[in-house]
Design a protein around this ligand. Sequence first.
Ligand SMILES: [Zn+2]
Length: 244
Amino acid sequence: MRAQPYRDRALVVRTHDFGEADRIIVLLTRSHGVKRGVAKGVRRAKSRFGSRLQHFVDIDVQLYPGRNLESITGADTVAFYGSGIIDNYERYTAACAALETAERLAHEGDPWLFDHLTETLARMQTTAHPTVVLDAFLLQGMTHAGWAPSLFDCAQCGAPGPHHAFHPAVGGAACVQCRPPGSAEVPEESLHLMWLLNNAHWPAALGIVAQAPHLGAVAHRLTRAHLQWHLEQKVTSLGVMDQT
Ligand SMILES: [Zn+2]
């Protein structure tokens, strides 16, 4: 069967120069997961679409399937989210972290992540709290993936909260009986803040962070720890699958 070209929406995750004038582009597509493609001749000045194949441009891209790499044969701009982000260090690093995490969570046939990412980038362009916007993206992404942290009841035994310990290995908040060694000691307000972010209650969440930045810092640390733990589990289970 001959491979057919296809179109999809996409965001550029990263690029690598290749050969004399080509570029390898890693794309988070809306409906086909992560795709690696080669864009031929795009480093030449007269390239028609090279300038669109960069960070924070939402593109409508045409791809031609290849053995190892797709060929990128066309790209039209749908939206540009770079303004407000590329000239602001804090927003830029938060937006890059969102893109890189999306790359690891993406899979084929699930447009939710792409849509969630474009909404996040739009919000990132003007926010005074880039880390909070990133944390909301990560929490909602983990919920979508099926590993949301428990933020009120004990993740192990279900005892009603609030609790003051958190450990990714038990699934989030843990009661005094269930808390594993090495659990983080956490203010209940930080867990509440994470709950607000996971449920997109923006005014309430931003109000807390504006009044008590340290609660936001704890929420960020716990969110990253939970994400990290689950991504490592995923990598480990993939490694085990490769060995069988
Ligand atoms: Zn418990």
